[in-house]
Design a protein around this ligand. Structure first.
Ligand SMILES: [Zn+2]
Length: 92
């Protein structure tokens, strides 16, 4: 039998689901959106400026799409020890 952990954790500490390491990087939903949306956004912006401003109409759709994706994939937890990425399952 494994010795019981006496360390009491009151806070909701996030740890890696793979190796249980606590050295994790947490990427919040908004950070995730910014991270994933920034390049497509800049490219769309550049295309819009260079070719036709009509392309700028894609930007709200692009942002909306990224928010939809982020809702499912974020907050994201990246483990520094084993590089395992996991999604924090938020109930509700
Ligand atoms: Zn890990």
């Amino acid at each position: 039998m494994a010795s019981a952990r006496t360390k009491q954790r009151t806070g909701r500490e996030i740890h890696c689901s793979s190796c249980e390491s606590e050295q994790v990087i947490v990427i919040s939903k908004w950070r995730y959106i910014i991270m994933t949306a920034i390049w497509p956004l800049l490219i769309t912006l550049a295309i819009g400026v260079l070719f036709h401003l009509l392309f700028l109409l894609f930007i709200p759709a692009l942002i909306w799409m990224n928010i939809m994706v982020a809702k499912r994939k974020a907050p994201l937890v990246i483990c520094r020890a084993c590089r395992h990425t996991s999604v924090v399952s938020a109930s509700g």
